[in-house]
Design a binder for this molecule. Structure first.
Ligand SMILES: [Zn+2]
Length: 122
């Protein structure tokens, strides 16, 4: 999963404050260029889609967390627009990175538990 974030700031009397966050998420699946058979290739794609599904669910939850963060950060005033945009984006990126790590570990634990899928080499 990869994402892009933008923190838009607005002029707020004496300075600049966060107006809104924009977040776009895109799933990324890494596949080997060749597999020993089409069946192995199909099975690998199917396994990877299970992680994509888990991380898409995380993405929706993370959007809500970003909205909460947006509300809580809007009262902070920065002296310049770039300072505002940079600082807010850092805060959001840190929150998302930490959430993503937890979601990825969790997805691996669940999907690779007994009876779950493996990751055979090509
Ligand atoms: Zn897996």
């Amino acid at each position: 999963m990869t994402w892009n974030t933008v923190a838009k700031c607005k002029c707020d009397g004496g300075g600049f404050s966060l107006d809104e966050f924009e977040v776009s998420l895109r799933p990324v699946v890494m596949l080997w260029p060749h597999y020993s058979s089409d069946a192995v290739r199909r099975a690998t794609i199917s396994d990877e889609m299970e992680h994509v599904l888990d991380l898409s669910i995380w993405g929706e939850a993370e959007r809500l967390r970003a909205e909460e963060l947006e509300s809580s950060q809007q009262s902070r005033i920065y002296s310049t627009e770039s300072e505002c945009a940079h600082a807010n984006r850092q805060i959001l990126e840190a929150q998302m990175a930490s959430g993503f790590r937890q979601a990825a570990v969790r997805s691996g634990r669940i999907r690779h538990a007994n009876g779950g899928h493996g990751h055979p080499l090509p």
